[in-house]
Design a protein around this ligand. Structure first.
Ligand code: FES
Length: 73
């Protein structure tokens, strides 16, 4: 069952890596568990430290950010 809420995180400015494979032990962030056959994480950068809503269900069309689609069936 998909997560019902985004993952809220206060992140520093700079680059971050959102797990797109579902195997990370540090979700929603990539920990390298995707292995060599997976395209890997989605890299994103923040210009300032801020709180973000990261997708926690894998259905967003705005990766890595939540677009609210977890509320739809
Ligand atoms: S562990 Fe999932 S993309 Fe790296």
């Amino acid at each position: 069952m998909p997560a019902q809420h985004p993952f809220m995180a206060k992140l520093d400015a700079g680059k971050h890596y959102w797990c797109s494979c579902g195997k990370s032990g540090n979700a929603p962030f990539c920990d390298g568990s995707h292995g060599k056959d997976h395209p890997g994480p989605v890299e994103f950068a923040l210009e300032t430290a801020q709180e973000v809503a990261l997708c926690n269900c894998g259905k967003t069309q705005n990766r890595p950010f939540c677009d609210g689609c977890h509320t739809k069936s």
